[in-house]
Design a binder for this molecule. Structure first.
Ligand code: URA
Length: 205
């Protein structure tokens, strides 16, 4: 297949990303995915939200945060007063990693080598969009955005980090919120995510 090499130095406009991404063979995740899911949003958004990888729905539709996690994120963004179409939404990994369980496709956490293989694409998006603030949703996004593996999400959740001259606000992933066992835990995690989005919004002012 065609090998697509992405150099951080060669800037690619975000509108060129979907077709370039669709040819990426830097790891094997493309084999079992329907399509690569590029980021969506304004090419010059001040705010970028980074998730982990597309889920089942996103893989089929081709748009980030279109499924259940997206619903939770939408609610938090709405509560924070951030219009979804004002932010650039993307993921650390662009192909859906899954394993079959009966008729369902169950999400599998991407391996570090897959996060690393996909990182040039995220770097492209960061370079092209040049957001002032990045919200990292979950620990995969935190590692992908900061390039650091020594940061525990629980230690920096809701804080403002400065990475490469950019402001990064790490918070829980909406799927993590959904997976928490109790209603009270879910509410607390949702409120923390909402507070992080509010922090991000303030930083944009
Ligand atoms: N989870 C993510 O991290 N990203 C999506 O796009 C959907 C679910």
């Amino acid at each position: 297949g065609t090998q697509v090499r992405v150099e951080a130095a060669q800037a690619m406009p975000v509108r060129a990303l979907p077709s370039a991404l669709s040819q990426c063979r830097q790891c094997d995740l493309w084999r079992n995915a329907t399509q690569a899911v590029a980021g969506v949003g304004p090419a010059t958004a001040g705010l970028m939200l980074v998730g982990e990888q597309p889920g089942d729905q996103e893989d089929l539709i081709g748009v980030p945060f279109a499924g259940p996690a997206g619903k939770v994120l939408d609610r938090a963004m709405q509560d924070a007063g951030i219009a979804r179409d004002a932010a650039y939404l993307t993921n650390a990994v662009k192909h859906f990693k899954w394993e079959p369980r009966g008729k369902r496709r169950i999400h599998k956490t991407p391996a570090q080598r897959e996060v690393d293989a996909c990182n040039p694409w995220l770097r492209q998006e960061l370079a092209a969009v040049a957001p002032k603030v990045v919200v990292a949703l979950g620990s995969t996004a935190l590692r992908a955005v900061t390039g650091r593996r020594d940061l525990a999400l629980s230690a920096v959740q809701g804080q403002v980090l400065e990475v490469d001259g950019r402001l990064v606000v790490p918070t829980w992933h909406p799927s993590y919120v959904l997976r928490l066992p109790g209603r009270e835990e879910q509410d607390a995690a949702f409120q923390a995510m909402l507070a992080a989005l509010q922090t991000a919004k303030k930083l944009l002012e």
